[in-house]
Design a protein. Structure first.
Length: 63
């Protein structure tokens, strides 16, 4: 039982750090990656990146 609790805590910590690390991505890099994806025809991935860009810079959403 104690082992399950330790695993749960570890998974929670990993999830927390992965969410915060995604939030720290440079919006300019997101836009650049989205443009690259569009040029290679990966439109779904480009849209996802542009949505992240807009969320990071809603006042400057020219994506």
């Amino acid at each position: 039982m104690l082992k399950i609790s330790k695993i749960s805590i570890l998974l929670l910590i990993i999830a927390t750090f992965s969410v915060t690390s995604n939030a720290q991505v440079n919006p300019v890099i997101l836009k650049s990656q989205a443009i690259s994806e569009m040029q290679t025809g990966l439109y779904g991935e480009a849209i996802a990146l542009l949505n992240k860009y807009i969320a990071a810079r809603p006042q400057n959403a020219d994506g």
